[in-house]
Design a protein around this ligand. Structure first.
Ligand code: NAI
Length: 343
């Protein structure tokens, strides 16, 4: 199998080369993102491998189909950038549903601790031999209330980490887990009682701008907001307004609504056009990392291994347990339905 690998970074390649060679899959690495202008690069390949900021809309899917591409392998869990419904009946879409929930949950806690203990400030000061403590006062996590939105794989690891710090945990999930001791509350109660709010749910029409002016108004003054999920869960303008009004005490963002043209690239020495992002980054109480939460050696290896297994399974059986299949409603003779893999 020959796979066109879009938005390739140097850190992606070793693991994909290794697992690919083991299973007879050749990856051709393209630095460019997949979109309507670059889709023709997929000509002559059997499939494409894409990441979070590649564009896999209806037009791109139609062109991929015309080029004979029969599988789109997402090397990530989230799939909000893929028109799964449009792909139905044309191209199979497979993904990596989990690669290291620890990587993302630990990054969320790292950002939280960095922010509230001012580690980012202290690091720069001591590098300059400035050992003053003025302005570095933080607060204890012990005894504070954390509200976790989305109690799937990552949310649950984050809950465990928070419990280790002696925090009170509240959670909201549209589909609450059964048989757990997680204290589920309504979104309103979570917003009203939490000192820290951490987002771990997918981006859907329903969760789009879940954090906006009216929900920020329901929150405690000084609330800390963590987002390691997807940028558009937060209305960035409303977040900025909340920070400027001092309602929001701090924000830790690994994702940003308009990240696709900016994150993962080096813009040092350039003028960034996005004023909202620039203003957020300029705030002393905002920490931004560029969609880095997944980036551990363990996660990279798991991503490559699962993607290659997905492609092998698809090539050998015409199906794959990690397929994203649009819920067409048909039940007869459907392998995906039997696998309960409809979305
Ligand atoms: P998961 O599928 O295991 O858990 C998601 C949870 O969100 C589920 O329990 C689900 O019931 C819940 N949910 C769905 N709709 C909801 C709604 N309307 N309101 C509240 N909860 C809702 O997913 P996982 O692996 O825990 O990942 C969570 C998110 O983290 C992904 O959707 C992805 O966007 C993001 N992510 C970010 C990474 C990064 O590097 N920053 C890396 C991996 C994932």
């Amino acid at each position: 199998m020959k796979i066109a690998f879009f938005d390739a970074k140097s850190y992606d390649q070793p693991a994909f080369r290794k697992y690919g060679e083991d299973h007879g899959i050749v990856f051709k690495f393209f630095e460019t993102k997949l979109n309507e202008d670059t889709v023709d690069l997929a000509r002559g390949y059997d499939g494409v491998c894409v990441f979070v900021n590649d564009t896999v809309n209806a037009a791109v899917i139609d062109e991929l189909y015309r080029l004979g591409i029969r599988v789109i392998a997402l090397r990530c869990a989230g799939f909000n950038n893929v028109d799964v419904r449009h792909a139905f009946g044309k191209i199979h879409v497979v993904r990596v549903p989990a690669y290291s929930p620890y990587a993302v949950a630990e990054h969320a806690m790292a950002m939280l601790l960095t922010s509230i203990r001012r580690i980012h400030k202290a690091y720069i000061r001591t590098k300059d031999f400035n050992f003053s403590l003025n302005g570095l006062t933080g607060f204890d996590l012990h005894g504070k209330t954390v509200g976790v939105v989305g109690t799937g794989k990552i949310g649950r690891v984050f809950i465990d980490i928070c419990r280790g710090f002696g925090m009170r945990v509240l959670a909201y999930d549209k589909y609450p887990a059964t048989g757990t001791d997680i204290a589920y509350v309504t979104p309103e109660q979570l917003f009203a009682e939490s000192d820290i709010i951490s987002l771990h749910c997918p981006l859907t029409e329903e969760t789009h701008h879940m954090i906006r002016e009216e929900t920020i108004a329901q929150m405690k003054k000084g609330v800390v907001i963590l987002n390691t999920s997807r940028g558009a869960l937060i209305d960035a303008e409303a977040l900025l307004a909340g920070i400027k009004s001092r309602k929001i005490g701090a924000a830790c963002l690994d994702v940003y609504e308009e990240e696709s043209d900016i994150f993962f690239e080096d813009y040092s020495g350039h003028i960034v056009e996005d004023d909202t992002l620039a203003r957020l980054i300029s705030m002393p109480n905002v920490i931004v990392t560029s969609h880095q939460a997944f980036l551990t050696e363990e996660a990279l290896s798991n991503i490559a291994e699962t993607t290659v297994k997905n492609l092998v399974s698809f090539a050998q059986n015409g199906t794959c347990e990690n397929e994203l299949c649009y819920h067409c409603g048909k039940t007869d003779d459907c392998k995906q339905h039997r696998l309960a893999k409809c979305f």
